[in-house]
Design a binder for this molecule. Structure first.
Ligand code: GCV
Length: 761
């Protein structure tokens, strides 16, 4: 009964919103150069919600939509086909009803894990007066078929539900509406108490239920097409039903019942785990948490509840196995949560196109007819809701995400949510042609960079299923392997001098493997069948354990890091070939980004390989790790004003040390000991935020380079987050030349240095 009600009211809301989407469709077609008389629209409900067909009728192109949003999607499909010179799609239906983005925007205008500037919705505790960017965002989302946007952080501010704020939020919904994008809100579970003044937020208390009901009624008075609430509860310090010994189903249902009469849905995040777990207990395992918490509640959720499940059991790492909870539900609606914002995948400073990873997730099979895409879209069991949620975190930077290549991930998310059967290659090509033009060399180069980038990133960060190996306690950016160990966060890799990896088997480990259906569990339970890519996620092995490839674990780590860091050096070189073929502004920006990435890949390579060498006591059989011919450590140079500084963790700097400038200006000098020739001169320095230190590089008295350290990187101290490389190419050097760096600090930026490397050309 409730299910029927949900659908009927949702249709009612759609009729209400019909004409703005049709107007948008007409405007978009005109904007794309279609003659007013050349395109006709019609609404044919029999096509189905949000679906469209495109037909030629004489000289006219007729776009029919199952509803007005369907027409709008048809218009965008027509425009895309025109721009890509492709044949027109005949008929399309979205794969799943939920195709949402989440924004983790705070009301002060900051964005949690956002790398694309400030919020386009909020500043100083209020909704922005000018919402034109928000409207443009909705247009962008609609162009790839996204139909919902949660505008505030899942770590929700209770004020969003206050009467005055709801009125402001209604203005965002107004600018979304013409694009078929429905607004949703993340809410604080304690709202009845914190905002409503009740003495409880117990979900089974009738007063609490009534409070949520009245609140939902109020929300719908302000925003008639409101999509629903998102709830993060009992997770990472957020309050939840455990405060009253209630279940997640109790929590979800009380909100869901308030929303149901309006056709709204309640999206409940399955990202629930104990972040104070005892790391000494080898049976403890954060990966188990989602399944352990939610699987027992099958059948207890109302039909308008959707569980939003992160693709992996930990947290958006560069590689994880698919969350077993996705395959473990048959009666509960589910949505797959992917992360567009590159929290653990390079924060938009590194190119990391995620579609190839997402495709592996979507195509992962729990058994016949039970691939992830089918499960989350509710195709396997009779589940009315489901789909895809991408954490986007766009900001006010001109390119939305703070990088000119990162929007490929937003595009890919939308396209896959619409049709997960598209290939990563097709999506990359579409995005490239739409954004960089159709020059064959440009398309080939950009596509190739995109499609290699995830594997490259994975291989100079955390391979073999170890997770990203970044600093999990702070910025989630640079290397800090042991930050994962010996604390309650549960991202353990269980490394010691003998071996590495979490034993998650049923036989001897945490039993996590047993959460998969038997056919899948058999693969992961056995060392012989676990894919190398996930080996250390599932098993603890000695460093000398041989992979399927024949290499030992430790040698593989060395080799893959050298290979991937080398490939990252090629990225800016390949991009440089496009000079003159793409617009100069973006060309230069991308070149700077890829050059930075190439330098940071070396930081990663050295940190991970040195750490493995020390921990395992096993040398690199190719003699590279720990041996850096041409490298001069700053702390061993002739220093004037600079003082030695211990880097934490030690692996984040060459030799574990750097130097910081304690005066108005400092110098570090060395005498070149190599042979006469032409070299690239690389200076590894620490670009600290809050100031723009200046550097000058001289060979004898000749200036070879000058630069400013003006990046805003995530850490305030010299470490793997801030370590940055500046390279001057093709410098003529003679034995005995004096190479000198002058650093001029600026406020907190102490012009810190790690080393100079003289690299033969
Ligand atoms: C919004 C990770 C992130 C947090 C985020 C959390 C979540 O832990 O680091 O910033 O919080 O995931 O998804 O809720």
């Amino acid at each position: 009964m409730l299910r029927v009600l949900v659908i009927l009211v949702a249709l009612g809301a759609e009729l209400w919103a019909q004409s703005p989407a049709l107007e948008s469709a007409a405007r978009e077609c005109r904007r794309a150069g279609f003659d007013r008389a050349a395109v006709a629209f019609e609404v044919k409900p029999e096509l189905g919600r949000e679906s469209f067909s495109i037909e030629r009728n004489g000289k006219k192109t007729v776009i029919a939509g199952g509803d007005s949003t369907g027409v709008l999607y048809g218009a965008f499909a027509l425009i895309r086909a025109k721009q890509l010179h492709e044949t027109l799609p005949k008929r399309e239906t979205p794969y799943a009803p939920i195709r949402w983005v989440n924004q983790w925007d705070n009301l002060d205008g900051s964005i949690e894990r956002g790398y694309g500037g400030r919020s386009i919705f909020f500043a100083n505790g209020a909704v922005l007066a000018d919402l034109s960017r928000a409207g443009e965002y909705a247009r962008l989302l609609a162009s790839v078929g996204i139909n919902g946007c949660t505008v505030n952080n899942v770590n929700a501010d209770v004020r969003v539900l206050s009467p005055e704020f709801l009125k402001q939020l209604a203005r965002i919904a107004d600018v979304f509406r013409p694009w078929g994008v429905r607004l949703s809100l993340a809410v604080d579970f304690a709202s009845p108490q914190k905002l409503g003044g009740l003495d409880t937020f117990d979900p089974l208390d009738a007063r609490v239920a009534e409070w949520w009901k009245e609140k939902a009624d109020e929300v719908y008075r302000e925003i008639p097409d409101f999509a629903g609430f998102v709830l993060k509860a009992d997770s990472e310090g957020r309050v939840g039903p455990s405060a009253y010994h209630r279940t997640h189903a109790d929590a979800a249902n009380v909100l869901a019942r308030a929303l149901a009469p309006h056709g709204g849905i309640l999206v409940y995040r399955a990202f629930v785990y104990n972040h104070h777990m005892d790391w000494r207990d080898l049976k403890n395992d954060r990966a188990r948490a989602a399944y352990d918490n939610f699987h027992p509640l099958e059948g207890a959720f109302d039909p308008n509840v959707v569980l939003q499940i992160k693709y992996g059991p930990i947290d958006f790492q560069a590689r994880e196995p698919v969350s077993p909870l996705i395959g473990g539900l048959a009666q509960t609606n589910e949505a797959l949560e992917l992360q567009i914002t590159q929290e653990y995948t390079g924060q938009q400073r590194h190119l990391c196109f995620l579609a190839p990873m997402w495709k592996q997730v979507l195509d992962f099979s729990f058994g016949p007819g039970a691939r992830v895409k089918e499960l989350v879209a509710g195709k396997t069991h009779d589940r009315p809701l489901g789909g895809f949620v991408g954490v986007a975190n766009v900001g006010n930077s001109p390119n939305w995400l703070g990088s000119d290549l990162a929007p490929a991930n937003l595009y890919a998310f939308g396209r896959l949510a619409w049709n997960p059967n598209l290939s990563a290659e097709q999506i990359a090509q579409e995005w490239t042609e739409l954004n960089w033009g159709r020059n064959a060399k440009v398309v080939r180069t950009v596509d190739d960079l995109l499609l290699r980038s995830w594997r490259v990133y994975e291989h100079y960060t955390g391979p073999l299923g170890l997770g990203t190996l970044t600093d999990i306690l702070h910025g989630h950016y640079g290397p800090n392997i042991e930050s994962a160990e010996r604390n309650g966060w549960g991202q353990w890799i269980r490394a010691d001098h003998e071996g590495i990896g979490m034993d998650r088997t049923v036989a001897t480990g945490t039993g996590f493997v047993g959460q998969y259906p038997p056919a899948v569990a058999r693969v992961y339970e056995s060392l012989a069948t676990t894919p190398d890519d996930l080996l250390l996620f599932f098993h603890h092995v000695p460093y000398t354990y041989r992979l399927h490839s024949g290499e030992t674990v430790v040698q593989y780590v060395y080799d893959s890091h050298y290979a991937a860091a080398h490939e990252a050096q090629l990225f800016p070189q390949e991009w440089a070939e496009l000079r003159g073929l793409v617009d100069e502004t973006r060309f230069e920006r991308v070149l700077a980004q890829l050059t930075y990435q190439a330098g940071h890949a070396i930081v990663w390579r050295d940190a991970i390989t040195n750490w493995f060498a020390r921990e395992s006591g096993i040398a690199d059989e190719k003699g590279r790790v720990g041996h850096y011919p041409g490298r001069y450590e700053a702390e061993k140079m002739q220093l004037d004003g600079y003082v030695e500084y211990d880097i934490t963790p030690w692996e984040d700097a060459s030799g574990g040390k750097g130097v910081v400038c304690k005066s108005a200006s400092c110098t570090a000098a060395l005498v070149f000991q190599g042979g006469d020739g032409r070299y690239d001169l690389a200076v590894q320095y620490f670009d600290l935020p809050g100031g723009s230190a200046k550097f000058r590089l001289r060979v004898n008295e000749r200036e070879a380079g000058a630069w400013t350290g003006d990046l805003e990187l995530p850490s305030k101290i010299p470490n793997g987050d801030t370590s940055t490389r500046y390279t001057v190419k093709d410098v003529r050097l003679r034995r005995g030349d004096r190479i000198r760096i002058e650093g001029i600090p600026d406020g907190p930026d102490s012009a810190a240095l790690d080393y100079v490397e003289v690299c033969p050309q």
